[in-house]
Design a protein around this ligand. Structure first.
Ligand SMILES: NC(=O)c1ccc[n+]([C@@H]2O[C@H](COP(=O)([O-])OP(=O)(O)OC[C@H]3O[C@@H](n4cnc5c(N)ncnc54)[C@H](O)[C@@H]3O)[C@@H](O)[C@H]2O)c1
Length: 284
């Protein structure tokens, strides 16, 4: 899309971090923005904050892991603002541990929110965008969709899947000759509340599994938390997304320092070499 002014955006995970920054940046365009999040109180605060900044917002508590709830979000958007143009499938959670030890409930939670949240968003909104032959879908993956770090299998699986889904979608839209575009956002560490993702645990997966990290896991966890705390400002990520929408670009890589590692991984794969020994904390 070459001009966003006066159009309508939907952002999931809009109550915090990258989602809140996306909603603010698109709102300043100005676009009218629907904020969606599973955390009702935080969503209400975000709504008041952005409305106070003069942005025209509507908000709806939405669990992106629930297909019917995301369909209801699409209906709500059309009812409130009469249209939709930019859809940011951004809500996400993190969870990890050793691959064979991660409780199945955590696997399901992370994949249902991070992967199926994107799938539900695409299914609910894309028919409308195709019909009007105008629109842009932004799927939040991570540099963890392009690189692998140990101890984060569910998160890594979900983000690799979001990259794959987004690139497939890009190719399908090109084959159709559609004017609708897609971007996949692959940031490294960003200063948000992602390290506290357990606050968003969903009751239908049963009781949240107790975390009893081993001392060595505890050190890795602290390193990741420090990397997030000193990570990129979410507003810079939102600015990069806005540019990608206007330039109709698929890839949004906000942390160029990971570029060499992505190339090196691909090189090792095609040459049949094993991955190098991991030394740094994994990407966010
Ligand atoms: N922070 C980073 O370093 C980083 C790096 C790469 C990718 N990401 C991705 O960015 C996205 C946004 O995360 P963030 O870093 O801003 O974290 P955050 O925790 O600050 O924000 C995530 C938001 O998603 C919401 N959410 C969680 N589960 C939900 C559900 N089932 N339905 C609807 N909303 C739900 C949360 O309530 C929260 O408001 C995620 O997809 C995350 O994986 C983050």
């Amino acid at each position: 899309m070459r001009d966003l002014r006066g159009k309508v955006a939907v952002v999931t995970g809009a109550a915090s971090g990258i989602g809140l920054a996306l909603a603010r940046r698109l709102g300043r365009e100005p676009m009218r923005v629907v904020l969606a999040d599973v955390e009702a109180e935080a969503l209400e605060r975000a709504h008041r904050l952005l409305a106070g900044e003069g942005i025209e917002v509507a908000s709806r508590v939405t669990d992106v892991s629930d297909a019917a709830d995301v369909e209801a979000l699409a209906a709500f958007t059309l009812e409130r603002f009469g249209g939709v143009h930019v859809v940011c499938n951004n809500a996400g959670v993190s969870g990890g541990g050793l691959t064979w030890e991660v409780p199945l409930s955590v696997w399901h939670w992370v994949l249902d929110v991070n992967l199926f949240g994107v799938v539900h968003g695409v299914r609910a909104f894309l028919p409308r965008l195709l019909e009007q032959d105008e629109g842009h879908v932004v799927n939040t993956a991570s540099v963890a969709g392009l690189l692998v770090a140990p101890g984060m299998s569910p998160y890594t699986a979900s983000k690799h899947a979001v990259v794959g889904v987004s690139e497939s979608l890009h190719q399908e839209l090109a084959l159709l000759g559609s004017a609708v575009r897609v971007s996949v956002l692959c940031p490294g560490f960003v200063r948000t509340r992602i390290a506290e993702a357990r606050r968003n645990w969903l009751a239908r997966y049963g009781p949240a599994p107790a975390v009893e990290p081993r001392p060595e896991d505890e050190a890795a966890r602290r390193r990741v938390e420090e990397a997030i705390a000193s990570g990129l400002d979410p507003e810079a990520v939102a600015e990069a997304v806005r540019s990608a929408i206007l330039e109709e670009r698929l890839w949004v890589l906000t942390h160029p320092e990971f570029g060499e590692a992505v190339i090196e991984r691909a090189r090792r794969a095609v040459e049949g070499h094993n991955p190098g020994h991991p030394s740094a904390p994994g990407p966010g």
